[in-house]
Design a protein around this ligand. Structure first.
Ligand code: GAR
Length: 196
């Protein structure tokens, strides 16, 4: 079974959906490690509850992104991680991690990319007054939510929606979509470092 690591910074509802799918046998992967750049985040408690090893770090205690990514890569290699899943990891991936794992890092973003990249995609969609937004799963490159798109779904913006109600609808879709896509990807071969 493919060994994966999940990277997250926050509440970890997508992390939880991934764990639940593994437990239910719907996602054929071994979650080796949670990587978290916010040691106090709720996602850390979720991992501990499930006995999943956690690597937390404080970016500001490192001289550069390259320095903390080198530590992350050595942790990933120690666990034999082959595939990285970003689930609310609110940080751009740098050249050290891309050098080690490009083509094997995926991200989920709460909009129909290329619309509304970056932070607060849900608020951005409401602000823009669009009739629909969405969820996108994509490969990660050095840009902000810019890598090749793997799958997208559209989500309607309903009259009277607030950031809370729209986010709830989006996250419900994320929790179904992401484990299913990850399962498809981890069944594929990795050739020359790229998932084929
Ligand atoms: C998710 O909605 C994810 O799509 C978003 O962060 C949220 C994390 O929620 N990611 C981005 O905005 C990436 N640019 P969670 O911690 O409850 O899974």
């Amino acid at each position: 079974m493919r060994k994966i690591a999940v990277f997250a910074s926050g509440s970890g509802s997508n992390f939880q959906a991934i764990v639940d799918a593994v437990v239910a046998g719907e996602l054929q992967a071994d979650i080796q490690l949670l990587v978290c750049d916010k040691p106090g985040a709720k996602v850390v408690d979720r991992a501990r509850k499930h006995g999943i090893p956690v690597f937390t770090f404080l970016p500001k205690t490192f001289a550069s992104k390259a320095d903390f990514e080198k530590e992350i890569v050595s942790e990933l290699q120690a666990y034999g991680v082959e595939f990285i899943v970003l689930a609310g990891y609110m940080r751009l991936i740098g050249e050290v991690l891309l050098g080690a794992y490009e083509g094997r890092i995926v991200n989920i973003h709460p909009s129909y990319l290329p619309a509304f990249p970056g932070k607060n995609a849900v608020g951005q969609a409401l602000e823009a007054n669009v009739a629909e937004t969405g969820v996108t799963v994509h490969y990660v490159d050095s840009g902000m939510d810019t890598g090749p798109i793997i799958e997208q779904v559209k989500i309607p913006v309903l009259p009277g929606d607030t950031e809370t109600t729209l986010q709830e609808r989006i996250q419900k879709a994320e929790h179904q979509l992401y484990p299913a896509i990850i399962n498809k990807l981890v069944q594929k071969d990795i050739v020359g470092g790229i998932v084929q």
